[in-house]
Design a protein. Structure first.
Length: 181
């Protein structure tokens, strides 16, 4: 599934809200020694466990990024090829619309022009306005991947993964706006 969304060898990936590394470890294996994975979370114990798992697997391309929950990402502008927002972009973690908007602005800042943002959407967590919020932050939906989930022959629903790119015309819209004012 990670390769299907576009994770490739040599990329630099930010796994925002990585937790125990359910995606971080497989992504680190895919991007290989030429790539880098930034594992960002506010749960110190989860990050400790993730780093131990990565070390046990011989992975040296995972960088730990501990946060206090601030919506600032300690990476330079346009330094990331892929941002994963898996199972975290919803009102449980970000109850305020303004916080989700600020997060998307910060994500845009660290994304290279060719980068993409992948958001995993579980049916029981998605709010109807989620996709609109992302589009209003000047991202455009590039593709959607659906994956049926089951456990012990029980249907758990369908997870959707939405891949977004930065809107390319944002700068020109800003210039037009400034000229109009």
């Amino acid at each position: 599934m990670l390769q299907q969304i576009g994770i490739r060898t040599g990329q630099t990936v930010l796994d925002f809200g990585c937790g125990y590394g359910a995606y971080t470890i497989p992504v680190a294996k895919i991007v290989g020694e030429q790539g880098r994975v930034y594992a960002l979370d506010k749960d110190k114990e989860a990050l400790d466990a993730l780093m131990q798992r990565g070390e046990s697997a011989g992975l040296k391309n995972i960088d730990r990024m501990e946060t206090s929950g601030e919506l600032e990402i300690g990476l330079t502008d346009e330094s990331i090829d892929v941002v994963l927002l898996f199972d975290v972009f919803h009102s449980f973690y970000f109850p305020k619309t303004e916080d989700r908007r600020r997060l998307l602005i910060e994500i845009r800042r660290v994304m290279r022009p060719s980068a993409f943002l992948a958001i995993s959407v579980w049916p029981n967590l998605v709010e109807p306005e989620t996709e609109d919020e992302i589009k209003n932050a000047d991202f455009c939906l590039e593709k959607e991947i659906s994956e049926g989930l089951s456990n012990d022959n029980k249907d758990l629903g369908t997870r959707r993964i939405l891949n977004f790119r930065k809107e390319r015309h944002v700068l020109s819209r800003q210039l037009i706006y400034k000229e109009a004012v």
